[in-house]
Design a protein around this ligand. Sequence first.
Ligand SMILES: *Cc1c(COP(=O)(O)O)cnc(C)c1O
Ligand SMILES: [Zn+2]
Length: 429
Amino acid sequence: MSTSIIDTAAAVSPAPRPGAFGNATHLVCRECRATRPLGPHYACADCFGPLETGYDFPAVTRAEIEAGPKNIWRYQPLLPVPADITESRNMEPGFTRLLRADNLARELGLSRLWVKDDSGNPTHSFKDRVVAIALSAARELGMKVFACPSTGNLANAVAAAGARAGVRTVVLIPENLERPKILTTAVYGGTLVAVRGNYDDVNRLASEIAGEEEGWAFVNVNVRPYYAEGSKTLGFEVAEQLGWRLPRQVVVPVASGSQLTKVDKGFTELVRLGLVEESPYTMFGAQATGCSPVARAFKEGHDAVRPVRPDTIAKSLAIGNPADGPYVLDVARRTGGAVEDVTDDEVRDGIELLARTEGVFAETAGGVTVATLKKLIAGGRLDPDAETVVFNTGDGLKTLDAVADRVGPGSTIDPTYAAFASSVLGRPR
Ligand SMILES: *Cc1c(COP(=O)(O)O)cnc(C)c1O
Ligand SMILES: [Zn+2]
């Protein structure tokens, strides 16, 4: 049986304390709906399908949430974390700004547009959300090492959260990662290993290590059902920041596809709990053409996602074999959306467009979503008259090379007024 990882880990972990996972009650298979007890499991014992977290939600009110801290822990009743989570040494991510983007909307011909700007998280990407939940689960399960395979932002988030929690970290990255992302991981200490290979090679290695090393929590592998729940908080925040209602259209970047499917899960749970009124919404996925296996499957009408070898500047999204790809297809089709892809030049244009119109400097993943938004409008697939939210999930300072050849000083002058007037004001010397 290939469940040895899961079962050995379960054997070494002490039973979790009561309330260790808040209102989460079980794990459930996304394929056959079989259930398993909460534990360090990620695959179904019957069909090997991926597991997700199930809950027995109590009544939760808007007022209770609004009275909580200004970070993801305000949603503790809806997450697999204990009620005393705020007392642990964690990074307190979330409640990032939702910016009204009128300038960009005007330029694109949209009536109402918002940017959910997750570059404001502690390590400047949305990954701080998922890591915070995974770290809580790992701690409650008695796992001693905090690890991950990463396309960059996850490496930052794991290394920083581990440092703050005082837990040993082991981070695996592809050796060709952007230099800023390597440095902003290494600075937190911990073990950083560059692997000769692409992300999919690194991910395979991580699964193998997880099978050998008992009690290691690979955040996006063997504690993935908890990790993934962190992305729901993006959906919760967007709804709360809009005044407790769902947006009509959302554009989300797709790497493994976890984020997009969990934003959908978050919206569904808010409706089920009566925290927002039920209203239709449409979800669009965004990929870079150089790594667009989900967009391709969408366009070809397939249910399965054929793996690709990534070749794009959007390295944070460069997962050639995306675990949640088929579920992204389900959500896009069920909500009347689409999965689209854009070229690296369009990604660079997207970064510049968002920066020039809204003063938000996105990393390449944000360039992908903005460029995809533009392409969806041009193709008539996104309704320009319906309210839209686009996600910026990372910070442009980590991917400076993407725009390094395109922007810079307009001129270099001597320190005299005459030189300034000549160069900038166009006056004759
Ligand atoms: C990891 C990542 C994503 C997407 O994550 P998935 O949940 O794997 O689809 C999006 N944007 C940025 C900047 C990321 O680092
Ligand atoms: Zn199953």
